[in-house]
Design a protein around this ligand. Structure first.
Ligand code: MG
Length: 396
């Protein structure tokens, strides 16, 4: 059925005391947007707002205007009655008066903001086959049902064919208005509009409802719904990548080593084409790895005489430049130096300070650690030393 023929009545006149929010629940914010505004937006996805009536409590005009903002002017607003039934009747009468050409109406609770476009479509499609019937979305009942009185189970209710009714419920406008007009003179305890339609002897068809189409009733409902919304609306995960690097150099006769850019007097030196700074070499590889930019040998071939004896901060600075050029922001770097000697501990602070300067990041994002190799292997025999490094970079 074409949505041009379908209007809607949103019942928002309740006091919502069970939600324990210190005010009508339909005006409460759900992830920064009032429930009633979400509900209106959901129905407006298919139904012209000019054909939507919101039934509010006589005292709630200010609350409604605050909740809907500029949308207030696009819809029809009417005061409700003492009960939900009276409020629906008021809404139907107002709709018939302001939009008499509508053949069908969806009656919907303001406290169900998660009604999907798919459910609205299912309702209108069902109405094509059943023009004179009411259409109600229902869900099967998974739990066993107990009738309980004062803490004692009186009986277990067979759940065969039992379902839970949701809204929106779709009806031919004239028939539901007529049924409501007649029902107002009875004492029948109607809890939804389909039951009034049934009471009037008219046909109600059931279609599949949706689990997500919950009615916000208790404080827990709000907390759960808010969490679900936050998850759904959360920004996609940032593009954070990590890279690692590994380097070793052999000890040779000498009187100092350069590690993480810091000169440390020692009984040996490190052999290499450049200054043989294993720490900065490993870190350079780790940074290049975060953007697939090859390794230190690709950028600074050991066969190229211009890098002979070069200070390794040149290599690291180039890796930092490449990372930045590709939109990267260095989140943290971590270097582990592996040697039996010299002692690294006394120089760690200076190393971190130097790394922070070259990478232009805070020292708290720079880590330098040291370990021996427990006298095992080539490092244990003090033939050389190694370093491993990890870098995390966020790319835009
Ligand atoms: Mg190296």
């Amino acid at each position: 059925m074409d949505f041009h023929h379908i209007g809607a009545v949103i019942v928002a006149a309740g006091r919502g005391t069970r939600a324990g929010l210190g005010g009508p629940k339909q005006y409460h914010n759900l992830a920064s947007t009032p429930v009633v505004a979400r509900t209106l937006a959901a129905l407006s996805a298919r139904i012209d707002p000019a054909n939507i009536v919101i039934v509010r409590h006589a005292d709630d005009q200010d609350l409604l205007e605050e909740a809907l903002g500029a949308h207030t002017a696009n819809i029809i607003i009417v005061s409700g009655g003492q009960t939900r039934q009276q409020s629906v009747l008021a809404g139907l009468q107002k709709l018939m008066q302001d939009a008499p050409s509508l053949t069908h109406v969806m009656i919907h609770d303001a406290a169900r903001p998660f009604v999907s476009e798919r459910l609205l479509d299912s309702l209108s499609q069902a109405a094509v086959q059943n023009v004179d019937a009411g259409i109600v979305p229902v869900l099967p009942i998974a739990s066993t049902i107990k009738r309980v009185l004062e803490g004692a189970v009186e009986e277990t209710v067979p759940r065969t064919n039992l379902t839970l009714a949701q809204t929106p419920q779709l009806f031919p406008t004239e028939q539901i208005l007529d049924a409501h007009l007649r029902a107002q003179h009875t004492d029948e305890p109607f809890t939804d509009d389909a039951s009034i339609f049934e009471w009037a002897g008219l046909t109600v068809k059931a279609i599949s409802g949706e689990e997500e189409n919950i009615k916000l009733t208790y404080p827990d409902d709000f907390a759960r719904a808010e969490k679900a919304l936050m998850m759904a609306e959360m920004a996609p995960l940032p593009d954070i990548r990590s890279g690692h690097g590994y380097d070793v150099h052999r000890f040779v006769p000498g009187d100092q080593v350069i590690l993480c850019g810091i000169t440390i007097p020692f009984e040996k030196g490190l052999s290499g084409h450049s200054d043989a700074d294993v720490g900065l070499h490993a870190l350079t590889d780790a940074l290049l790895a975060t953007c697939g930019a090859g390794d230190i040998g690709d950028h600074f071939p050991p066969t190229d005489p211009q890098w002979k004896g070069a200070e390794s901060h040149i290599f690291l600075s180039e890796a930092v430049r490449i990372v930045r050029e590709k939109g990267g922001t260095i989140m943290n770097i971590d270097i582990t130096l592996i040697c039996e000697a010299p002692k690294i501990g006394p120089h760690k602070a200076a190393m971190r300070e130097n790394l922070a300067k070259i990478c232009a990041i805070d020292e708290s994002r720079c880590s330098v650690k040291a370990t021996t190799n427990e006298n095992m292997g080539f490092i244990g025999r003090r033939e050389g030393m190694g370093a491993i490094a990890t870098a995390s970079v966020r790319y835009a």
